[in-house]
Design a protein around this ligand. Sequence first.
Ligand code: PLP
Length: 428
Amino acid sequence: MSPISRPPSVPGHPFIAYQADELQVEGVPLSRLAQDHGTPLFVYSKAAMLDALGAYQRGFAGRHAQICYAMKANSSLGVLQVFAQAGCGFDIVSGGELERVVAAGGDAAKVIFSGVGKTRAEMAQALNAGIGCFNVESEAELDVLSTVALGMGLTAPVSIRVNPNVDPKTHPYISTGLKGNKFGVAHEDALRIYQYAASLKGLHVVGIDCHIGSQITTTEPYLDAMDKVLELVTSIEAAGIPIEHIDFGGGLGIDYNHDTPPQADALWQQLLAKIDAKGFADKKLMIEPGRSLVGNAGVCVTEVLYLKPGEQKNFCIIDAAMNDLPRPAMYQAFHAIVPLSITAKPQAIYDVVGPVCESGDWIGRDRALNVAAGDFMAVLSAGAYCMSMASNYNTRGRAAEVLVAGDTARVIRQRETAQDQMRGEQLA
Ligand SMILES: *Cc1c(COP(=O)(O)O)cnc(C)c1O
């Protein structure tokens, strides 16, 4: 046991900070929210989301651009509402996500539909809603989409996702732009597939898109991918198929653990220079950021249930688990974990684990913490790919969510009950 040390300042979280040794989101102390609403509890800062969005908006100032929030990062209605009110479109990957956009007041015309496995029913739903673009990922999908659209007397606006074969140097599960993964069409096949798309009566080619991966923390993969995409735009247009928009996907990383991703506006300054140099300055630009808009706008507040000293390890058992925070179990991901109140307690090294009956249920390993049972802690960088990936494993209800704006805190999702979970089930 060593003397107490001050927890690190909250890395990359501009609106989450200690005030008089109490962790606050904007003007609201987290311990008050934990007491009022129970734990585990996700708390998001509206100002942090708008601040992250602002970096992209500055990057596109004076351009014809559309920012489509990739809502799979966090699809809670109260979060979608923030982006809808800020004028964003949405990148969706299912018909369910489209229903959420509509419920949150989003504009269907600003929706783009990504994903390798769209069903006929989802295509029809999206055509009925009048979405802006289908980002198609295979020739087989082009055929089916054309048939569905013709059957409805419509034409579907399409973009084809091209796979630029660049290595984003991120975790293999979130790397999507390399040969050998299921996404997009190969660069060398793209022109032929565009010609095929242009020949189908139910389709109208409007754009080109790519998305090379997630949690990208360097500029180079983006620059390389942009070169590849612009090369294709030139050859597709030379073949007589006009490309109205270039959609460059998402993937920009955030600071989880002393990561230093490029700032969105600085990155886009470099990318726009490439676009302009190729003579495409007048093209509409679209992007699909997810994690970088919400990841560091949120924390998960949890209570320490037990400290359990062990022969090889000490365990800090908390009331949040892999069903709430799946990223460590899925990707060995790192989330910083800090106490809500800085107090004089002895420090020890713990594995921070949840109550779920799996050894994979860990949230942090070998963490130096000054905590006692009953204390609250915050798992940081929990705004993206946490609640939207949460499950009911172990019949654990999904956590409640609160959106903070200034001094006000609003519940945007009630804690899920066992009754909620059993809805739709019946005894045989
Ligand atoms: C997941 C995804 C995104 C968003 O990725 P982030 O890393 O969260 O920015 C964008 N586009 C597509 C097609 C995706 O699958």
